[in-house]
Design a protein around this ligand. Structure first.
Ligand SMILES: [Fe+2]
Ligand SMILES: [Fe+2]
Length: 153
């Protein structure tokens, strides 16, 4: 990661280290998110993009919750391309599965739950992000998702 101080990189690694090695996080490598990108790499990219956006905006957000929410935002743990793997419309409901799994394996603060809950806004229109951390992850997710979708071509 370029243009980061040693302190910022340490903060990123400290926040992500305990999460990335967990079996539930590693399981995300089994599922394709967009194009050729698996869900684990997607979540890592969203965490990095959230950190960049936070720095750009000088938003003084809670970095630990920002990065944890960003990294776990798509921890739904199924192949969304397989219609038999989930019951409802993926776009509208996968955040609820991610919250359930993240609570079970990692525990979530109210703020971290809020980040995951609202990350699909505006597709999921009533779930408007309420906190700066949730806005940052919501925007970072859009940016990364568009990039990954275009990269498949
Ligand atoms: Fe998502
Ligand atoms: Fe995502």
């Amino acid at each position: 990661m370029r243009n980061y101080s040693r302190e910022e990189l340490k903060q990123f690694n400290d926040c992500i280290k305990g999460l990335r090695s967990h079996n539930a996080a590693q399981e995300m490598k089994n599922y394709i998110q967009h194009g050729k990108t698996n869900t684990y790499d997607h979540c890592m990219s969203v965490a990095k993009a959230s950190m960049r956006l936070d720095k750009f905006l000088n938003s003084k957000s809670d970095k630990e919750s920002l990065l944890k929410g960003a990294f776990l935002h798509d921890l739904y743990l199924y192949d969304w391309h397989d219609k038999n793997s989930h019951k409802k419309l993926h776009g509208y409901h996968h955040a609820d599965s991610a919250i359930r799994n993240a609570k079970k394996h990692f525990g979530l603060s109210e703020k971290e739950e809020d980040i995951i809950f609202s990350h699909m806004w505006p597709l999921n229109l009533p779930r408007i992000p309420k906190r700066r951390e949730a806005w940052i992850v919501c925007m970072a997710d859009k940016y990364v998702s568009i990039k990954e979708t275009l990269n498949r071509r």
